[in-house]
Design a protein around this ligand. Structure first.
Ligand SMILES: O=C(CO)[C@@H](O)[C@H](O)COP(=O)(O)O
Ligand SMILES: [Fe+2]
Length: 219
């Protein structure tokens, strides 16, 4: 299981330091939650923050765009240094165009589904994506409670991937801690985002707890 700390719960006054801490913990990617105050009732970072962090980190930057009409911003995030760009299925009538634009910019393309969206809604997009993100909370805020009902969607995506020979990673995001990550791993998730759990203590210790939990699950 890959680990992707979300900087939504980092210390915004010391963002560079917090990014360096998780990088030293050898995490697999850095999850950057972009919110526009329209698609979700919260505001966070724009491409300028991504560009400011880029010279300070070698990590894969995983930008989770919770914004309306993300196709208007794909180029800006790609140019700012995003490696993987996630667009919400519910955020635009042009979801295929948004994913296509990400790929044309040479970046990894991710489709994200909210708790109310079934896997069947994105079946025609699965062949083209590098990652599928199953939201395990309603998007907009860190520190919410994990929704175990979403795990059926993770298992469904794992089955489709195997049957069709697709290559996407299956990411879970929201309420992931050293207990819920075990259920995610068991259902077939391959990448876990964790914000409040990682930054509520020493990130190195917290990341190790997540790793240990998935190792125990595999035994
Ligand atoms: O996309 C989001 C929230 O909308 C997440 O990436 C959160 O940042 C996860 O936070 P925790 O639930 O792990 O605290
Ligand atoms: Fe996220």
């Amino acid at each position: 299981m890959k680990i992707a700390p979300s900087i939504l719960s980092a210390d915004f006054a010391n963002l560079q330091t917090d990014v360096e801490k998780v990088e030293q913990a050898q995490v697999d990617m850095l999850h950057i939650d972009v919110m526009d105050g329209h698609f979700v009732p919260n505001l966070t970072f724009g491409p300028n923050v991504v560009a400011a962090l880029r010279p300070h980190s070698q990590l894969v930057f995983d930008c989770h765009l919770m914004i309306e009409n993300p196709e208007n911003y794909v180029e800006a995030f790609a140019d700012a240094g995003a490696d993987l760009i996630g667009v919400q299925y519910e955020s635009t009538p042009n979801i295929h165009r948004a994913l296509d634009m990400i790929k044309k910019k040479g970046k990894l393309a991710e489709i994200v589904i909210n708790p109310g969206t079934p896997v069947s809604a994105i079946s025609s997009l699965l062949a083209m994506v590098d990652q599928v993100l199953v939201m395990t909370v309603d998007p907009g805020f860190g520190g919410q409670k994990f929704m175990p009902e979403m795990l059926d969607k993770v298992a469904e995506l794992a089955q489709i991937k195997q049957e069709k020979g697709y290559h996407y990673e299956i990411q879970v995001d929201g309420g992931v801690n050293d207990q819920t990550i075990k259920q995610c791993a068991q259902a077939g998730a391959t990448v876990a985002v964790a914000g409040s759990f990682v930054f509520k203590g020493d990130p190195a210790v917290q990341v190790e707890k997540l790793r240990q939990a998935t190792v125990e699950e595999a035994l």
